[in-house]
Design a protein around this ligand. Structure first.
Ligand code: EPZ
Length: 430
C-alpha cells in the first residue's frame, strides 16, 4: 500500500493550481440522472471518489465519456466529462457500492424524481460519526414519497403522478439532504420551499447547474430555497467551482511552513471565514488576478480559537488542517467541532509528532510547541490525513503517512503540487 514520505523544514514558494471541488463534482454528477440528455461537466477533479461515482452512475445506466484534457507538463488536469443517462436501467443502489462512499446515497433523489422509485442501501456509519439519513427520509416524505426501511435498504416510491411539491424545514442544516431535496423537487408537481437549507457554495453550484438544465430554483445560497417543479430537464454544460477545502488546506500549509505561494484558479469569497482565521494566525492573504496569494515571513504562528459551523462558518472539512497549524502556535488555542461528533482522530496522530493537545467533549485545547518531530502516522479520514501532511511539512526529519488512499479520495496530485513549491514529499510504493 502506498505511503507519503515527507521530509519537513522547507518553505513553500511557487504556484499551486486549485482543482475543481470534489464536494461539488459529486452532486453535479448525480444530477445527470435527472435527464435523458447529456450533462457535460468541466473542471472535474481526478479523484478516487469521482471514479467510484462514475462506476455507480454506470450501474444506473449512465453512459460516461471523458475528454477535454488540459495538458500541463504532460499531466492532465481539469477533465471534462459527459454524462448521458438515456434510460435508468437499475433503480437499486446496492450496499457494495453505497458503503464505499456516503455521497452515493444521494442518487435516491434523482431516481425517485425521474423513475418514481428507488431502492438505496443505507450508507452505515463512518469514521467521523454516525451520519444518519433521517433528514433525507423526512424531507422526501414531505414531498409525498412513501418510504420503507427493509434489510438495510431504503425503499422509496413516489405517488402515481410523481412527487408533490411541499414546504419542508430541515431541523438541522445538512448539505447532502439539501442537495437531494433540491434535485428531487426539480421534477415534482408544484412548488417546494426548503427552509433552513444548507448555504454551502457547492449547493449554489448544484442549483445553478440544475437551472442551466431547465430547473426553476431561486434562493440558493440563502437559508430558503424555492423550487418550482418542471416536467423535464435537459442537458447542459457546467464548470465545477474551485475546491475551497483544497484552497484552505494549501493556505494553511504555507502558514505552517512559511513562504509565498499563489493559489491559482480559486476564489477568496468561497472561504472568507477560514482565510480570516489564517490571517489572524499571522499569514498575509491577498487577492490576485488568478486567485489568492498567501505569504508568511519570519514571524511565528499566533494562536486562534475557532468553532466549526455550517457555511458561512468555519468549515468542518478544514478543522483538522487548522489544528495542524495551531500545533506550532506561540500560545494556546481551542478548536470546537460542532458538525461531526467524532472528528478528532487526528489528535492522537498529531501527538505522535510532538503536538500537545487535550480533548474535552467537542473542544480540543492545543498548546503550541516550538518544534514538531517527524514520525510514522496514519489517519482514518481524508481531512485528518492531510492535516498530518501539513504538520509533517513543518516537522523536523521524516514523517511517513500511511493509508494514502484517504488522501487520494480528495486531493488531486497532492505530492506533485507540494513538490513544485519546494516541499520534500514523495509517494512510496511498498
Ligand atoms: C458533506 O457531507 C460533505 N460531503 C462533507 O465533506 C462535509 O464535512 C459535510 O457536508 C459538512 O460540511 C460531501 O459533500 C460529499 P451533512 P454530508 O449532511 O452532506 C447530520 C469531506 O471530507 N445529519 O451536512 O454527509 C450529520 O450527521 C466530507 O469531503 C443528520 O443528523 O454532511 C452531521 O452531524 C466529509 N441526519 C450534520 O448533519 C441526516 O439525515 C451535517 O452533515 C443528515 C445529516
Amino acid at each position: 500500500m502506498d505511503r507519503i514520505r515527507i521530509v519537513g523544514g522547507n518553505e513553500l514558494h511557487g504556484v499551486i493550481p486549485i482543482s475543481g471541488a470534489k464536494n461539488a463534482a459529486l452532486p453535479l454528477m448525480i444530477a445527470s440522472l435527472l435527464t435523458d440528455d447529456t450533462l457535460t461537466l468541466e473542471n472535474v477533479p481526478h479523484l478516487a471518489d469521482v471514479e467510484q461515482l462514475i462506476r455507480i452512475l454506470g450501474n444506473h445506466g449512465a453512459d460516461i465519456s471523458v475528454n477535454g484534457r488540459r495538458e500541463r507538463q504532460g499531466e492532465s488536469y481539469a477533465r471534462t466529462i459527459h454524462f448521458t443517462c438515456r434510460n435508468i436501467v437499475d433503480t437499486t443502489a446496492p450496499y457494495e457500492l453505497v458503503s464505499k462512499m456516503r455521497a452515493s446515497f444521494w442518487v435516491i433523489g434523482p431516481l425517485l424524481a425521474r423513475e418514481g422509485k428507488a431502492r438505496v442501501s443505507l450508507p452505515g456509519g463512518c469514521a467521523i460519526g454516525t451520519r444518519p439519513v433521517d433528514l433525507f427520509i423526512e424531507g422526501l416524505q414531505a414531498l409525498s414519497a412513501n418510504i420503507e426501511i427493509d434489510s438495510g435498504y431504503v425503499n422509496a416510491t413516489a405517488p402515481a403522478g410523481g412527487l408533490i411539491g411541499a414546504r419542508y424545514t430541515f431541523p438541522k442544516v445538512s448539505v447532502g439532504a439539501t442537495h437531494v431535496l433540491m434535485m428531487a423537487a426539480t421534477l415534482a408537481n408544484g412548488t417546494t420551499v426548503l427552509g433552513n437549507a444548507a448555504r454551502e457554495p457547492e449547493v449554489v453550484d448544484l442549483a445553478n447547474c440544475l437551472n442551466a438544465m431547465g430547473a426553476k430554483i431561486t434562493g440558493q445560497g440563502t437559508a430558503t430555497i424555492t423550487i418550482e417543479g418542471v416536467r423535464s430537464l435537459s442537458g447542459a454544460r457546467h464548470r465545477v467551482l474551485p475546491d475551497r477545502i483544497e484552497t484552505g488546506t494549501y493556505a494553511m500549509a504555507v502558514a505552517m511552513t512559511g513562504g509565498d505561494v499563489i493559489l491559482e484558479d480559486t476564489d477568496m469569497a468561497l472561504l472568507d471565514t477560514a482565510l480570516e482565521a489564517i490571517r489572524r494566525a499571522g499569514a498575509e492573504i491577498t487577492e490576485t488576478n488568478s486567485g489568492i496569494r498567501v505569504v508568511r515571513n519570519g514571524a511565528g504562528i499566533k494562536p486562534v480559537d475557532i468553532v466549526t459551523d455550517p457555511f458561512p462558518g468555519f468549515p468542518t472539512d478544514l478543522q483538522a488542517q487548522f489544528m495542524g497549524l495551531m500545533t506550532m502556535a506561540k500560545g494556546t488555542s481551542h478548536i470546537t467541532e460542532t458538525i461531526f461528533e467524532n472528528r478528532f482522530m487526528h489528535v492522537q496522530e498529531l501527538a505522535r509528532l510532538g503536538a500537545k493537545i487535550s480533548l474535552s467533549g467537542q473542544t480540543a485545547k492545543i498548546e503550541g510547541v516550538s518544534r514538531l518531530k517527524g514520525a510514522p502516522v496514519m489517519a482514518t479520514d481524508l481531512r485528518a490525513s492531510v492535516s498530518l501532511v501539513i504538520a509533517g511539512l513543518a516537522a523536523e526529519g521524516e514523517t511517513m503517512v500511511s493509508r494514502v488512499y484517504h488522501l487520494d479520495r480528495g486531493f488531486e496530485r497532492l505530492e506533485e503540487k507540494l513538490t513544485r513549491c519546494g516541499a520534500h514529499v514523495e509517494r512510496v510504493s511498498d
